[in-house]
Ligand binder design. Structure first.
Ligand code: AMP
Length: 417
């Protein structure tokens, strides 16, 4: 099925084909016709599935022949938890709407609001916003919601995790009753269901590999003593000649410390986390994208929604406390149509987290052993790991043998070195 057959017209299909999108992803196949039809949507999909285009493309199609908004008016509102994600969605809208006469803007906190107010004053058809700044500017009289037709809540689970529920509920009360609502969430918790019930009318429910990782990611782990981790990372980067790797740490402090250690080893690195100014974050991200920075060290929240083309590998320097975050992290590699590798460094105290991740994803990570970095785990910890047997993957093939049977002294050779 082609994008045209889903109901998208030429200016849009031409723009996406120039980006290399040849066939719709599963979520796009289901969501695009439903959104064009005016239906509400409850979609379980994570970053990496093509979900942004799944809602942006039909919104563009719906708005393309409409008259332009007047001062302060908007027609479509996309609310998303983080600044990076908001900026990323707006960048996608720029790409997708290249051949259309539509105006789109993005607003988020942490930067001067004056230019944002000025832009809103002209009116725009599609606004992407983080919740706090959106309400702030509304309260200042900068936005008129009376012409709003479509509301998108993106990464709704993360918005709830970040404590935005009150802002979201406040927002609902400000919007016109008659509107289309699209809710995207990586997971469907009880809270999300409750939110969906109060927001959506007879929604179409779409589930795309809910709670499952993106198929094309090969997942590896190494048992390693905590204090050896940075040395192992340096070795992996140097031996494999990695030029673009995203590394996750659990804390901002950990991200800073690791960045310093990498820089001391002449590896070009930058940290990206909540304590960094917006300018510093944008600079780090653009440096990473254009190749000046080889290693971007990020915390989970900072990394949400980062869209970096063809990221060949990510490294979990620390395992996340929450298994869902693991899925989001590895969603940074193996993006639509491309393959990638995810490496996790697991210290003894993180073994329960590794088990929780494997249970949550239903997938077994493959073990790698580095002879120059032997882990000094207790016998009982090693026993937990050794008990694990490879399970068949979804296609029915056996996964490669774990490292206690087939020892590997370096990461598997892969085409992304
Ligand atoms: P998202 O899940 O929206 O973050 O999208 C993940 C990545 O997939 C982005 O880099 C998009 O540019 C890309 N993408 C989205 N739809 C398609 C498609 N139909 N074909 C190829 N790439 C796509």
């Amino acid at each position: 099925m082609s994008f045209a057959e889903l109901g998208l017209s030429k200016p849009i299909t031409e723009a996406i084909s120039a980006l290399g999108y040849s066939t719709p992803t599963p979520i796009q196949l289901q969501a695009i016709p439903a959104v064009l039809d005016g239906q509400d949507l409850l979609a379980a999909a994570q970053t990496g599935t093509g979900k942004t285009a799944a809602f942006v493309l039909p919104i563009l199609e719906g708005l393309k022949h409409q008259s332009l908004c007047r001062s302060k008016e908007i027609k479509a509102l996309i609310v998303t938890p983080t600044r990076e994600l908001a900026a990323q969605i707006d960048a996608n809208i720029t790409d997708y709407s290249r051949h259309l006469k539509l105006r789109h803007r993005v607003i988020f906190g942490g930067v001067n609001s004056k230019p944002q107010i000025r832009h809103l004053n002209a009116g725009c058809e599609i606004l992407t916003a983080t919740p706090g700044r959106l309400l702030d500017l509304y309260n200042q009289g900068a936005i008129d919601f009376s012409k709003l037709q479509v509301l998108v809540l993106d990464e709704a689970d993360r918005m709830l995790d970040m404590g935005f529920i009150h802002d979201i509920r406040k927002l609902f009360r400000l919007l016109p009753q008659k509107r289309q609502n699209l809710l995207f969430s990586a997971t469907f918790s009880k809270e999300i269901r409750k939110l969906a019930q109060s927001l959506l009318r007879h929604p179409l429910e779409i589930t795309v590999e809910a709670n499952k990782t993106v198929r094309k990611v090969e997942q590896f782990y190494t048992l390693i003593d905590h204090k050896q981790k940075s040395q192992l990372l340096k070795t992996m980067i140097i031996q494999n000649k990695w030029q673009q790797v995203l590394v996750f740490t659990r804390t901002k402090h950990g991200a800073n410390r690791l960045t310093q250690k990498l820089e001391a080893a002449k590896i070009k690195a930058a940290a990206i986390h909540g304590n960094k100014s917006q300018n510093a974050r944008v600079k780090a991200l653009s440096g990473f994208k254009d190749g000046h920075i080889e290693v971007l060290v990020a915390t989970d929240i900072a990394a949400r929604g980062l869209d970096i083309k063809q990221l060949p590998q990510i490294v979990n320097f620390d395992l996340p406390n929450v298994a869902e975050d693991y899925v989001h992290r590895i969603g940074r590699t193996g993006r639509a149509g491309e393959s990638g590798n995810a490496y996790s460094m697991v210290s003894e105290d993180e073994l329960p987290l590794l088990q929780a991740i494997e249970k949550f994803t239903g997938e077994r990570l493959q073990r790698l052993e580095f002879e120059q970095f032997p882990a000094s785990f207790t016998r009982s910890s090693k026993a937990i790991v050794n008990k694990t047997k490879p399970r068949p993957n979804r296609s029915g093939n056996k996964r490669p043998q774990p490292a206690n049977k087939a020892r590997k002294s370096a990461p598997r050779k892969n085409p992304h070195h």
